[in-house]
Design a protein around this ligand. Structure first.
Ligand code: ASP
Length: 420
């Protein structure tokens, strides 16, 4: 069976078992509690930890190799510029779609959610200039140790450029980093063998703990976000695949489905990154130097799902609190949500923290996040899935423009869970 199929089965089984636990047995019952504590949670967490273990060395190695093998600085600049432009434009489109849907379907009007007594204290966001300056690591080793992705990316791009400028004397270094890159990809394949089981465990835990009851009052809000994510995927990513990537949208989604499923269940773009790169290379046939450059960048800064969620949530909360937002404030939301999604780390729940910045930008009370906090995981899974799909769609478009695709006739990942 293909990996995507196995992951999908794990996901569905996890939902079913989680519902049984939650509804029939109860999340607080001794047996369920013990199963969660001693079996289900550890298996899910072990998998996520194992993937996270790969991410820092992989991002460093893959971007250095990617940048160095692009050859000249102009090419790095051109691809980098195009990538960032693609990422920014699709993100802004996602926020606008979110705002449109929330304006038309007004999920926050006429609902009976108690708004008093909910509290949420936001961490203070650093000033804009500090954020920009913080992208430059004073100490790359420290950046690696703290897994500060933006700093690692900046360092890796510069190192890659330097290696290619130095030429011969730096060849040995490049070889070492290439080896590290290969080894990390191999390690990914090992860890992926466990993905279906881990996904089963992660889903079981989430559904057992959250159940269906918590979703009811927020059903309309959640549905609108999911509808938005699906529209964005079909129209924007399907369109990009077709127009820029010259690939049938259905085929595109099929080929990226392993990464989509893992993103959905792990709710982390960073944890999905190794598989995202595999899908880009093996299933879409995109040259490694492009994948290795654009995908880690995307996993760090390109979060369309998160941006759409920011748009819908800001409007939903405003409606709930009876605040009317002007057109000017909507424009502010588009800008702040685009920036906030760039600043969102690719880990579970990060988008909700950054929502504070969006709410603050239009004077909405940050404490209102407390209203939607309980269902965040469910939304997080959907938005992460779109975040990752967006990275692959843009990468496909850029690779086509660079003539860097050798589209395979068969899908390589994964017959029997192993690369062909
Ligand atoms: N979990 C998301 C991601 O990893 C970020 C978010 O919370 O929106 O892409």
């Amino acid at each position: 069976m293909k990996l995507a199929t196995r992951i999908f089965i794990g996901l569905i089984l996890g939902i079913v078992v989680g519902l049984i636990f939650n509804l029939a047995v109860g999340a607080e019952t001794g047996l369920v509690k013990n199963l969660l504590t001693y079996l289900i949670s550890p298996v899910g967490d072990a998998f996520i930890r194992a993937i996270r273990m790969i991410v820092v060395p992989l991002v460093l190695a893959s971007i250095v190799v990617g940048t160095a093998s692009l050859g000249d600085i102009r090419k790095v600049g051109r691809i980098g510029g195009k990538t960032i432009a693609f990422y920014l434009i699709t993100t802004a489109m996602a926020v606008i779609l979110g705002l449109l849907l929330a304006s038309v379907f007004t999920p926050g009007v006429g609902t009976t959610i108690k708004t008093e007594g909910v509290t949420y204290t936001a961490a203070k966001a650093p000033p804009f200039m500090t954020t920009i300056l913080n992208m430059i690591p004073v100490n790359p080793v420290d950046a690696l140790a703290r897994a500060d992705m933006l700093q690692i990316i900046v360092f890796a791009i510069l190192l890659g450029i330097a290696i290619s400028l130095v030429g011969e004397p730096a060849k040995a270094l490049l070889k070492v980093i290439e080896g590290l890159n290969e080894a990390m990809m191999k390690l990914t394949m090992f860890v992926m063998e466990a993905a279906p089981y881990a996904v089963f465990c992660l889903m079981t835990r989430t559904v057992t703990n959250q159940g269906a009851a918590i979703l009811m009052p927020l059903a309309k809000y959640i549905i609108i976000i999911y509808v938005g994510l699906i529209i964005h995927a079909i129209v924007v990513y399907g369109g990009i695949a077709k127009i820029f990537g010259k690939v049938s949208p259905i085929d595109f989604f099929k080929r990226v489905s392993p990464a989509m499923l893992l993103a959905y269940s792990s709710a982390s773009s960073a944890a999905t990154l190794p598989l995202t790169i595999e899908c880009g290379e093996k299933n879409l046939g995109i040259k490694r130097e492009v994948c290795a450059f654009t995908l880690p960048l995307g996993a760090t800064i390109n979060m369309d799902g998160t941006a759409l969620y920011h748009g819908v949530s800001a409007l939903f909360l405003a409606q709930l609190l009876g605040v009317d937002l002007s057109i000017g404030q909507m424009v502010t939301i588009v800008l702040s949500a685009t920036l906030a999604s760039i600043g969102t780390a690719g880990v579970p729940g990060a988008g909700m923290i950054m929502l504070a910045m969006v709410l603050e930008s239009v004077g909405l009370p940050v404490s209102a996040i407390g209203i939607i906090m309980g269902v965040d995981r469910l939304i997080d899974m959907g938005r992460t899935c779109m975040n990752v799909t967006g990275d692959l769609a843009c990468t496909l478009a850029i690779a086509r423009g660079e003539n860097a695709i050798d589209y395979p006739t068969t899908i390589a990942i994964h017959s029997k869970g192993r690369p062909a």
